[in-house]
Design a protein around this ligand. Structure first.
Ligand SMILES: C[S@@+](CC[C@H](N)C(=O)[O-])C[C@H]1O[C@@H](n2cnc3c(N)ncnc32)[C@H](O)[C@@H]1O
Length: 261
């Protein structure tokens, strides 16, 4: 007897669950070399402020500031779906000399761009890039002080698995932080955002990367992602406690947080 095959969404399309990761990989393979430029163009530079808010929440051991001692306490952060290393570089820049970041991403092309950027910045000794699937992490239990994922979780086919894996590799007392596009519910801004997302972003994507479909997927995948309260419940279900979220920029993005206690 034939069993019903599992399905999911890839943007607004319905696809077999087993096919989604390959389709996502094609998107990031295609845009990797222009990915960082596109982030600036699409968000008008706002993604920098959102990532800064994430790094503030990570709160790595202090880098010496006037009147404060630099902390050399060891701090290991795992940045899941970390792509070209943007979050990782911000964390090591903010943290003291004991801060180390592992960027784990499934896409070799995104990681290659990240490694080049790390060499250029001279931080390749404290940021390492490793290929891995967020659904099946190649790390031992309780091996990180903090786990982050920025604009990555909505691309992962089995979100529940990625959340359980983040929980497993986090030490007791460690924090999980997830930055993701969310749902705009400010009257006026919602219409403008809709227009910008569906009419402008795919066109910028086409002009800059030559791949309109990739940016159509990115926009559609945002609409298919669970609302922030529903996503917070998924985080709670994975075992995290003191789960909360903070909407930013009228709900364009939300910063989700949970602790392993
Ligand atoms: C929108 S990019 C975000 C990159 C980076 N975090 C940032 O904020 O600039 C999404 C990333 O998720 C990665 N990704 C997709 N599925 C993944 C999976 N199953 N495991 C790990 N990474 C994945 C992609 O390869 C891509 O680099």
């Amino acid at each position: 007897m034939a069993t019903k095959r599992e399905e999911t969404h890839f943007g607004f399309e319905t696809v077999p669950l087993a096919d989604k990761q390959g389709l996502v990989d094609d998107v990031f393979h295609s845009v990797a070399r222009r990915y960082d430029l596109m982030n600036d163009l699409m968000s008008g530079g706002l993604h920098r402020a959102w990532k800064d808010a994430l790094v503030t929440a990570v709160n790595p051991p202090t880098k010496g500031r006037p009147g404060r001692l630099e902390s050399d306490r060891a701090f290991a952060l795992l940045d899941l779906a970390g792509g070209t290393g943007d979050v990782a570089f911000r964390v090591v820049e903010a943290g003291g000399p004991g801060t180390r970041v592992t960027v784990c991403d499934i896409n070799a092309e995104m990681l290659a761009v990240g490694r080049e950027r790390a060499m250029e910045r001279g931080c390749d000794d404290v940021v390492t890039f490793e290929q891995g699937n967020a659904e099946e992490l190649p790390y031992p239990d309780r091996s990180f002080d903090c786990v982050t994922i920025a604009f990555g979780i909505r691309n992962v086919p089995r979100i529940e698995r990625a959340l359980s894996e983040a929980y497993r590799v986090l030490r007791i007392g460690g924090r999980f932080l997830c930055l993701e596009f969310s749902s705009v519910d400010l009257p006026g801004l919602d219409k403008l955002y809709e227009l910008y997302s569906f009419q402008v972003i795919p066109r910028i994507g086409e002009a800059v990367t030559g791949d309109r479909e990739a940016y159509k997927y990115l926009v559609e995948s945002i609409r298919k992602f669970p609302k922030p309260k529903a996503f917070a419940q998924m985080i709670q279900k994975a075992g995290f406690r003191r789960v909360s979220f903070t909407p930013m920029t009228g709900g364009v993005v939300a910063l989700h947080s949970g602790w392993r206690l």
